[in-house]
Design a protein around this ligand. Structure first.
Ligand code: HMG
Ligand code: MG
Length: 310
């Protein structure tokens, strides 16, 4: 077996993937308060918001305000989602370090999420990638539903590789393989990520796992065995996707950090401060953190997990 990476980069997606799915409005101040606490916990990669249609995802309507309100820290990279040129132009005015184009491994999810076919999405992304590069901004490509689709069901590694190749052809710099509905299991996760590794170097492939079926940590471990050392995680296990019914949160940052640190793998993150950040935003949302590690550590501190709005 290959040696596991000694260091892993976690991209904190809670402010975007986490909060996009909240039914109740979350204020810009609370979003900024969360990001400030993530800074305190040592987060160096933060997915801040999405420049998408506010009719489709109302929670992200304040994207420009959030970017403008950021108290940027040096050494921290901020990324945002951009589905088309309109989104990219608005995003570039806020100077992100990275933009994310998001496609899907299945036609059905592509239609539901971004209202176009896979081929049309690639046609839309191509000028986004070119304009981002012109502005000196890196482009990450996310492939949703790589391990299962809420509309199609099972998804093959061939379907994943098809989109990996299309993204590579238009110059996308990094390939994020996403298990949007959390049905993936470790061997399937390896099979999908291996297809990404056929086209992208190890450092430019990442895993994005939702924990709906409790498989996310096992899937991350399976990816570590391939040498993958970048994962998206979400504070307190916030999140889901508005176009994937029943998809619960992304794997919780606290849970992943506990596992990695327990295995002697460095993340640069401070678990206690992550628990603070997760407890705070959970208090704002009026429910306890989903993270098992956060709940355990809060219980150990003698603090009841927050349930009341802050
Ligand atoms: P459309 O309706 O086909 O777009 O939506 P359109 O070009 O026909 O425009 C319709 C209206 O939207 C127009 O406004 C445009 O100006 C406006 P109107 O004239 O009606 O007033 N519009 C925009 N406004 C703001 N920003 C923009 C933008 N583009 C158009 N960028 C579109 C197509 C892609 C825009 C829409 O489907 C959309 O915004 N989808 C976003 C869906 C989304 O954000 N989903 C969640 C993120 S993906 C995810 O969570 C999965 C991931 O985390 C991985 C995983 O978990 O697996 C990445
Ligand atoms: Mg997600």
């Amino acid at each position: 077996m290959k040696a596991l990476p000694s260091q892993v980069t976690l991209v904190e997606v809670g402010p975007r993937d986490g909060l996009q799915n909240e039914a109740q409005p979350v204020s810009t101040e609370h979003k900024l308060g969360l990001i400030e606490r993530l800074h305190e916990a040592g987060c160096r990669e933060i997915e801040v918001t999405s420049f998408v249609s506010p009719k489709w995802v109302p929670q992200m309507a304040d994207a420009a305000d959030v970017m403008q309100g950021l108290q940027r820290r040096s050494g921290v990279r901020y990324s945002v989602l951009t589905p088309n040129l309109k989104g990219l132009e608005a995003a570039l005015r806020q100077q992100p370090h990275e933009v994310v184009v998001f496609g899907a491994a299945t036609e059905a999810f592509s239609q539901r999420n971004i209202n176009c076919s896979i081929a049309e999405s690639i046609e839309r992304f191509a000028p986004v990638v070119a304009a981002a590069h012109e502005a000196g901004v890196k482009v990450r490509g996310a492939i949703s539903c790589a391990l299962g689709c809420p509309y199609q069901g099972e998804v093959s590694a061939d379907e994943v590789e098809r989109v990996v190749r299309l993204m590579k052809d238009i110059g996308v710099d990094h390939c994020g393989v996403a298990d949007t509905i959390g049905t993936g299991t470790p061997r399937a996760a390896q099979a999908a990520l291996e297809r990404a590794l056929k086209h992208y170097p190890l450092a430019e492939v990442s895993g994005h796992f939702h924990d709906t079926y409790g498989q996310a940590l096992a899937n991350i471990l399976a990816c570590l065995e391939l040498g993958i050392a970048t994962f998206d995680t979400s504070i307190a296990g916030l999140g889901g996707c508005p176009y994937a019914k029943g998809a619960t949160g992304n794997v919780a940052t606290e849970d992943v950090v506990f596992m990695l640190h327990g295995m002697g793998i460095a993340t640069g993150l401070n678990l206690d401060r992550l628990v603070d950040a997760g407890a705070w935003i959970s208090g704002v949302l009026g429910r306890p953190p989903v993270s098992r590690v956060a709940r355990a550590l809060l219980a150990k501190r003698g603090v009841a997990a927050p349930v009341a709005a802050a």
